[in-house]
Write a new protein. Structure first.
Length: 258
């Protein structure tokens, strides 16, 4: 039916579902009226970037207003920012797996309660590139962990649950085809490695701690490249796992900062 799925039997017995970190709820807001026409969701780390993206979409779609009047739907919360431009929802997710995971749980429930159908979700962000030209955009085919495996490990109570991180290959090819119309940004499809840390986890030598040599770092990055990794960030495995389990057509696109 194209509906966004939730896989939690406890929700049916709840009198109200409060989407706490989005400052929304099933009793306080008419979610189908507010969001029922959403077809695309774009998520990214920074609130300012997602506001700018919503303004861009408002202009591109020819919607009323000059783009400066977009309002933060989640203004009552200081965790995330959410903007709507016609059928496009633009939401910040912060940095790292814990932050994007919280946002996605509540976003997926929001789309479910709003009875949205056939939703496409795209993560747009920045990343570190691996063996690619600065300024390139990497479209993720598979998100991998620090061992280059396509999995997301989530500790649930005292069990380690392993979930798939395969993203939508057809959507990846569609985005690659679209990129050919924008020659300023070299674009490729590749694996994205997701880490739990910005410094040691990504092999950086300039953190407060560093327990490895520059030679060991380079050897590790060579192995990552040989395994198909083309960029490194901190959200993609959780993003891929949650989208896949809940029936969302998802993809991640990351800009390799110069």
């Amino acid at each position: 039916s194209g509906l966004v799925l939730v896989k939690n039997p406890h929700l049916d017995s709840m009198e109200e579902d409060v989407l706490y970190h989005l400052d929304l709820g099933t009793k306080t807001h008419n979610l189908p009226a507010m969001f029922g026409d959403i077809k695309f969701v774009c998520v990214g780390g920074s609130p300012n970037r997602m506001r700018a993206f919503a303004q861009f979409m408002q202009r591109e779609l020819g919607l009323a207003g000059d783009g400066e009047d977009v309002t933060d739907i989640c203004a009552g919360s200081d965790r995330y920012a959410m903007y709507q431009a016609g059928p496009v929802l633009s939401i910040s997710h912060g940095m790292g797996i814990p932050s994007i995971s919280i946002m996605l749980h509540e976003l997926i429930k929001l789309l479910h309660h709003a009875k949205c159908r056939d939703v496409t979700i795209i993560r747009i962000g920045t990343s570190g590139g691996l063996g690619i030209e600065a300024g390139s955009v990497v479209i993720t085919d598979t998100a991998v962990d620090s061992s280059f495996q396509p999995r997301f490990e989530q500790v649930v109570l005292d069990d380690v649950v392993v979930r798939s991180t395969q993203l939508d290959k057809d959507l990846a090819e569609e985005l690659l085809a679209c990129s050919r119309e924008i020659p300023d940004f070299p674009t490729l499809i590749g694996h994205t490695m997701c880490t739990y840390d910005f410094y040691e986890g990504q092999g950086r030598l300039d953190g407060a701690l560093c327990s490895f040599s520059s030679e060991k770092k380079l050897e590790y990055l060579r192995r990552a490249y040989d395994a198909g990794v083309r960029n490194i960030e901190m959200e993609s495995t959780a993003f891929a796992a949650l989208c896949g389990l809940c029936g969302l057509k998802g993809e991640s696109c990351s800009f390799h900062l110069p």
